[in-house]
Design a protein around this ligand. Sequence first.
Ligand code: NAD
Length: 488
Amino acid sequence: TMAHSKALLVLENFIGGKFVPCSSYIDSYNPSTGDVYCRVPDSGKEEVEAAVKAAKDAFPIWSSKSPLERSQILNKLADLIEHDLEAFAQAESKDQGKTITFARTVDIPRAVHNFRFFASSILHHVTECTEMPAMGCVHYTSRAPVGVAGLISPWNLPLYLLTWKIAPAIACGNTVVAKPSEMTSVTAWMMCKLMEKAGVPPGVVNVVFGTGAKAGEALVCHPDVPLISFTGSTLTAQRITEKSAPHCKRLSLELGGKNPAIIFDDADLSQCIPTTVRSSFANQGEICLCTSRIFVQRGIYSEFLKRFVAEAKKWKTGNPSDPTIDVGALISKEHLEKVRSYVKKAQAEGARVLCGEGVDPLALPPGNQKGYFMLPTVIAEVKDESCCMQEEIFGPVTCVVAFDTEEEVIKRANGVKYGLAATVWSGNVGRVHRVAHKLQSGLVWTNCWLVRDLNLPFGGMKASGIGREGAKDSYEFFTEVKTITIKH
Ligand code: NAD
């Protein structure tokens, strides 16, 4: 039939400014239908070698351009992506399973903004200078791009997170070899098509598609790639750390989270409840910053639970291309099964599932019956030591538990291996400050969630990562500093 013979989308690597076919390919699925719709190059050592060579060759010219010249090119690229925003959003939604609304309002606008932001911030850095009059000396620092940067990104916010690395890397004058997730490669490939028009010289941005084990590791192990910026799971980060150790590479690692929300009895629940539902279920809960442990002070616990569950039930799950839908499909069948297994484990431990998985019916349109869908799920009466309260689930599942005192909740919130993001809800300014200072978390939002100023550091503590990203932090990561002393 026509439907079956519909041609698959076939991606190609982007190396030295040219699209290059690969000898083997991986199937990529549309998560909302369960169909294979795209073939992604299964690159390995050979392709990575070619990409690194192209990036090395492009480095001398690119790194010697002025920040202003590079800034203008980044701005042009931002304009071109913005011009095609709707096509990018459609592609991201189809490839990842996220709702078209989320792709339109978050993913693609942020990818555009990443380029504009670093196009601007690169013009405003100043270096340090000190004087030693008694020695007749002045010291100053100078910063230079490092070389070929290896960039590895995950599947949850595909273009958003990839451009958050490409933009600062090339703004600083490095050239890059990027490897997006094999599950979400389409928008990176679409962006490659805009490079020439934007004026990005061949070899400055190279994209090699493929799996982590093959393409990713070849990049991590390549001797001519002195820095690796990685966003993904803690397990993969450990592997990357090991593999890169013989080369003493500079690493930036943005990893998983098990983010708490702490809700005191003086919180404004009319703000807190919709925001906490959003922080739990936005992008199907597939955001490293999503809330998955909600600590509610005893006095408001039952009221909170009732209102929270009612609000969660308003979130509609279904075809991601329908703009009225709030929850799309999870990334893969395997991931859906993994997320569901946590709900089963919680039930087996005696926790109560208040809504969602296994409790409420999930009605899907005919075309989406084989998609990887799951309802927003709220679990109560979970023990702190349960795997649901300790491990990153990375799906639309959130746990709600009660607490009594400030001291107690800080200890419990910190009682996991992760330390990425936390939210605190209270009308008491003193308390908000005290708690924020004591939380082991790279980001603390109080009375809000996901409000970001890209100027300031982003990243996690403990098993949530090493290093920070942001205007100054990314600049420092993607440049090498030198201290120069002049004696007069
Ligand atoms: P993942 O670690 O499985 O994969 C991330 C990337 O690494 C992919 O491109 C993958 O192909 C590659 N990779 C896998 N094995 C590799 C290896 N041995 N060598 C080199 N590269 C390898 O993570 P994922 O499942 O794609 O993404 C979800 C995870 O990412 C979650 O843990 C989430 O919390 C985390 N995340 C963190 C942030 C943050 O900023 N802290 C943001 C988004 C997602």
